[in-house]
Design a protein around this ligand. Structure first.
Ligand code: ZN
Length: 374
């Protein structure tokens, strides 16, 4: 005889498959140990020549909520097939229930979540859909999703993309699937595949190394690169500084410039106020002399603002010349600034802690008094 009644679900307690058991006259699917039963069944239609192997609902479209309901449907199929003259497999194909298809489910999920997302995240989600998920799951019935699909997805994406992208794809996909699960459209408990993103090897520079790179750069870049190194602000914000941003001994970084010269707010929309670096006071004073308030503080050969991309290339080239190949502008200035700031703060905090307990120096305090972290 063709066909079986099966379920996609597993025992929610032990994660084992359900087993058939005779209860009175009925065969049920049940976990022999935990007495749990599936909530949804399907008819495996292999042998009937139907388009889809899994059929989830009866002719009325009502999902099979008991093994008995699925089994009755299977019996009626077998009976119909018994009469070769009138058997038409097309009559038994499930009406195309678009509701559970990837596209429909995705649209529902995005609609329910969109308002919580930033425009940037929305773009990432759309990228994951159009480039990764839609091509592979376009007509997929999401009720058939299994851990194996997630693992395959991860493996495939990892072949073509960096770990950070794999992490994004898995993150977005799992969030989508948990949305489906919350709505009750899928029952299976899915396990998120782990993605390890190696922490980037940051090429942190000390002050001497920064000075060595800046010395190798073309003369016209040296002042603005020095400013970037001393202040640790984003290169795009250094490029956008104007004369009028220098007030009362402080520079107010409050704009950002892209590679096409367009100005916008800083990334976080805040003003970053930094004292004029002591060793730049003279250069800045000279740059401000006889110039309009809205003029860029430091200018290129044509009297215009520097662009971040130009500075990045200048930095990389100078780094090679200085024997520090691999240093990039952002890490060489901004990350290095943050790292050194933290190390100084940490050293200061250790010294203050030692003072507080009356030690001559932090060595005793941190060697014998304070348990090591991690
Ligand atoms: Zn069980």
């Amino acid at each position: 005889m063709s066909g079986f009644v099966r379920t996609n679900e597993k025992c929610p307690v032990c994660r084992q498959s359900f087993k058939e058991e005779l209860q009175g006259r009925l065969v049920v699917l049940i976990c022999p140990e935990h007495r749990t039963m599936p909530r949804r069944y399907y008819v495996d239609t292999s042998g009937f020549g139907l388009k889809k192997r899994k059929r989830y609902s009866g002719k009325d479209g009502v999902p099979f909520a008991s093994r008995e309901a699925a089994s009755q449907f299977l019996d009626s199929m077998r009976a119909a097939k018994g009469n070769r003259a009138t058997w038409d497999p097309k009559e038994w194909d499930e009406a195309d229930i678009k509701e559970f298809r990837f596209a429909a489910e995705w649209a529902k999920w995005v609609e329910s979540k969109e308002s919580d997302w930033s425009p940037g995240y929305l773009r990432q989600v759309e990228w994951v859909r159009s480039r990764i998920l839609a091509p592979r799951w376009e007509s997929f019935d999401m009720r058939d999703i299994r851990n194996a699909h997630l693992i395959d997805l991860k493996t495939d994406v990892a072949k073509r993309y960096a770990p950070s992208v794999v992490k994004l794809v898995i993150g977005v996909t799992c969030s989508f699937l948990s949305g489906l699960r919350m709505r009750g459209d899928i029952k299976e408990t899915l396990t998120r595949p782990t993605v390890k993103v190696p922490s980037r090897d940051l090429f942190i520079l000390d002050a001497d190394q920064q000075a060595a790179i800046i010395a190798q750069a073309n003369e016209r870049y040296r002042k603005i690169l020095t400013l970037a190194a001393r202040c640790g602000v984003r290169p795009c914000e250094v490029c956008a500084v104007r004369i009028m941003d220098v007030v009362g001994g402080y520079i107010h970084f409050q704009r950002s410039m892209d590679d096409y010269g367009n100005l916008s707010d800083t990334k976080t929309g805040t003003v970053n106020r930094k004292p004029i670096p002591a060793d730049m006071a003279r250069d800045i004073a000279v740059a401000m002399r006889f110039r309009r308030p809205d003029a860029p503080l430091f200018v290129n050969r044509w009297g215009k603002s520097f662009r971040p991309g130009v500075l990045s290339r200048a930095w990389k080239k100078a780094a090679i010349a200085a024997g520090l190949k691999g240093s990039t502008l952002n890490v060489g200035t901004r990350h290095s600034f943050a790292t050194r700031t933290w190390r100084e703060e940490e050293a200061g905090a250790r010294k203050r802690t030692a003072d507080a307990v009356g030690h001559a120096g932090p060595r005793t305090t941190f060697g014998n008094y304070i348990p090591r972290e991690g």
